[in-house]
Structures are given as C-alpha cells and as structure tokens.
Design a protein around this ligand. Sequence first.
Ligand code: FES
Ligand code: FES
Length: 162
Amino acid sequence: MTTHEITLTVNGTKRELSVEPRTLLIHALRDHLGYTGPKVGCESSLCGACTVHVDGKAVKSCTLLAVQADGADVTTVEGLGAADELHPLQAAFQDEHGLQCGYCTPGVLLSALALLESEPDPSRTEIRAALEGNLCRCTGYQNIVDAVETAADRMPAAEGDD
Ligand code: FES
Ligand code: FES
C-alpha cells in the first residue's frame, strides 16, 4: 500500500508520520501518534467522540483523511490542561459535575472550547446548539450546559492572567 509522509503539529509539537491514503485523522492521532484522548465512536460523523480542533476549528476527526490535514495545527484534549493544571473549561466541568465518561467528554470539551473562542458569552440555547453533534448515551446534558456557562464566566479572567 502506498503511504504518504505528512506533518501535523499536535498540541504544539510538530510530528511527522507516514499514513496510507485511507487513514482517517482520528486513527493517525490515536494509532500513529498515541493521542488516545479523542475516541472512536461511530466513525460516521454522528457521535462527536472524535472531535479535535484543526486549525482552530472543531472537527470530527473521523470525517477527515489524515492526508487532508497535512500541515495543520491540531489540538486534542491532551493539549487543554494537565491533571495538576486544568484548563478553566476542564475545571468548570469538574466543579459542575459536567464530566461524564472518558468516551464522550473529550469531544464535548473541544466543541465547547470552539464555541467559547467564537462566542465568549453564549446563551444556554447557543451552548446546546454548539454541542448538538456530541452525543452522550447517558443523556447527562444538563450539567454539561451548566459547566460551559460557568467556564464562560471564568475564562476571560483566567486568560487575562496569562
Ligand atoms: S467517531 Fe467521529 S463522530 Fe463518531
Ligand atoms: S457519559 Fe459519556 S456517553 Fe454518557
């Protein structure tokens, strides 16, 4: 099988890898580079478990071939914060009990972050609309919306500290 050499900058680190033309971005991230934060759920653009940022936009990484992302900046949940230094969005999810299972939460966080970067003060309706592509099979959405609201309140102050 022919392979292609591509370069991805993942969470600020430039990575070079060799992928088949059919390789999806989610598999390049997980299987080639070891970023297991993004999850493989439906592989058909429905569940949002694979959501990452590609050049600053929330993208379902099962909908993109890795070769299409050649040269892109990618952010996965591993790039948000560390266990001892959570991103304000992660801290808000913890405080509001918006954290669900490890399967849906990484994608929810990346979709929520994309929303807050484009709309720092979203309404609850806007939050729900932004997260409609991220499914939780347990339907625990209420606390997630609360968490995004809390993060919106906190994030301007948090980023002002930089
Ligand atoms: S795995 Fe990509 S949307 Fe479900
Ligand atoms: S908590 Fe993740 S699918 Fe429900």
